[in-house]
Design a protein around this ligand. Structure first.
Ligand SMILES: [Zn+2]
Length: 129
């Protein structure tokens, strides 16, 4: 297997959409799916999608994964941490889906409020375009 890309590229407006959704649900967690493309060098996010039947709790977010269409363009999931802590919890790692996990933290503004991780929990480089 080839090594995985360690860089994520996202348009500023998409990052703002993730922040906006997180602000709206705060202090509950928000969760969105990320559509995009992966190649050797980078994973490029192309869309932010609200998952079907999302439930929002104060300490977890979940959605009906079985309701999702078999869609290989889903590269990962973004969710919010109302505490502001950008580290993935053990639970987050166990439930990660796709290649990348994105955590946005309160106050949901700017690159200090977001972290991108690989499926194994390694931090990925972010490029906002
Ligand atoms: Zn989490």
């Amino acid at each position: 297997m080839s090594s995985m890309a360690s860089k994520v590229v996202i348009r500023e407006e998409l990052l703002d959409m993730i922040f906006e959704g997180a602000r709206r649900l705060h202090p509950k967690e928000s969760i969105v799916l990320l559509r995009g493309k992966a190649n050797k060098d980078a994973i490029t996010i192309s869309d932010v999608i609200i998952p079907p039947l999302a439930t929002h709790g104060t300490s977890f977010s979940a959605f009906a994964a079985h309701m999702l269409p078999m869609d290989f363009s889903i590269v990962g999931v973004a969710h919010s941490h109302p505490s502001g802590n950008l580290k993935p919890s053990v639970e987050d790692q166990n439930r990660s889906m796709g290649r990348i996990m994105v955590i946005v933290g309160y106050p949901y503004r700017g690159v200090e409020s977001v972290a991108f991780y690989s499926r194994n929990g390694e931090k990925l480089t972010l490029e906002v375009i």
